[in-house]
Every structure is written in C-alpha cells, then in structure tokens.
Design a protein around this ligand. Structure first.
Ligand code: CA
Length: 229
C-alpha cells in the first residue's frame, strides 16, 4: 500500500473500539498501531513518531488530555496532528480538548466512514502527503490508495521513488524545496543518498510524466517545485 510511511497511533483501552478503529484505518490504506494507555502511547511516539494520533479521552493510567499536553509541550512532537476520541458529548470537554491543542474530536459512537473522513481531512490540512484522497495537478492524477498515476486519464508506469516524489510535490504545490529538503521529507533521514540523486529522480519523473513533465520546475540554485503556472 502507498501508505507505507503514514502511520497512525490509536490510543484506546477498549479492545472492541481499538479493533474497529485499527481495522477501519488499515482498510483505508494507513498503517495503524495501538497503545492502551498514556505511558505506552508516549513511548510509542518517541520510538516511532506517527503522522497522526487518535486519542481516547478516558484511559486507565491518565486522562488522554495529559498525553495531549505532553505532545504539545514537546518541541519535537508539538506539530503532531491529534484527534480526540470521546464518549463525552459535553460541550466543556470538547472545549477543553481544543483548548489544549487537539486538532479535532470525534464523539463515540462514530461510523468507520466518519472516522476515515476526519482523519483524511486533518491529514490533508496538516500533512497532505499522507492523505489518501486523489491528488491532482494539471492533467496528472495520483491515487494514493491504488498507487497509480494517470496523465490525461491514461495510466502511466512510475517507479517507487518517483511516485513518492510526485506525491510529495502534489501535496505541496507552488512551493520550492531544496534538494536537502526533498531528501529529508521524501526519503527520510534513514536513507543515505546524495543530493545529486534527487536530480536523477526528478529527471526520471519528468520523463514518465511526458507532456505533463512541465509541472516539475527547476528553480535555479534553489531546488524544485510543482507548479501549474
Ligand atoms: Ca477509554
């Protein structure tokens, strides 16, 4: 699945709900891991930073709100998208969650469809490269779920690295990225490749996009960007 690097942490102690949420997320193409309490969730975040956290309000060791405060107070993780899951529909709880930096909340019981829609909406807003919605620019359409790219409604063959690169560009149109930034954001810091490799992948990407190759612009002495202009 294309969501190989889109990992969602589900912090939920009720096994039935955790299972349903995990199942729903995986069906939609995300990776999902579960933590049953605040302590485990915090270690999980530190060991393997997720791209989004679904956080239950009532947890056995500490309130979910404590984890939210911890995340927001931490320099490394304070941008992490967080959706609170709450059985409480009381207005003051929602406000407390939002006041403490939750990006959204979902009231239990919720449908799988609502969950997917909220997760997608938040990712689109905060980490668009991890959203599972169709992404388009000019004649190019990328489907993150089936991992396919079409140009003018015709499917094209794209290599793995070019796919990741295109997805990143589509998620951040009209923004210039240096080679270093692309390395960091598209390949992550676990991979050792040289800046020059980026140029090779960009060239290949332009080539497979054929007539739509013009979308990937070289910005001299800065880097690259996707632009329809
Ligand atoms: Ca609970």
């Amino acid at each position: 699945m294309s969501a190989e690097n889109s990992n969602i942490l589900v912090v939920e102690d009720e096994p039935g709900i955790a299972e349903l949420v995990i199942y729903t997320l995986r069906e939609s193409g995300w990776k999902a891991t579960v933590a049953h309490n605040v302590d485990d969730a915090w270690s999980s975040i530190q060991n393997h930073t997720p791209h989004l956290v679904l956080l239950d309000w009532m947890l056995p060791d500490q309130p979910g709100l404590r984890l939210l405060e911890k995340i927001r107070a931490n320099r490394q993780f304070n941008e992490l998208p967080v959706i609170m899951l709450t059985a409480k529909s009381m207005e003051e709880d929602k406000i407390a969650g939002l006041d403490n930096g939750a990006d959204d909340y979902i009231t239990k019981p919720f449908s799988p469809r609502e969950l997917t829609a909220r997760v997608n909406a938040l990712l689109r807003r905060k980490a668009p490269e991890h959203s599972q919605s169709l992404m388009t620019a000019g004649p190019v359409v990328l489907d993150p779920i089936s991992c396919t790219v079409a140009v003018c409604n015709e499917k094209i063959d794209v290599g793995h690295s070019e796919f990741k690169l295109l997805k990143f560009f589509l998620a951040h149109p009209e923004r210039v990225f240096s080679r270093g930034q692309l390395l960091d954001k598209v390949w992550g810091d676990h991979v050792v490749i040289e800046d020059r490799t980026i140029d090779v992948h960009v060239l290949r990407l332009r080539k497979v996009l054929k007539d739509a190759g013009y979308l990937i612009k070289t910005v001299r002495s800065v880097g690259y960007m996707l632009s329809e202009k």
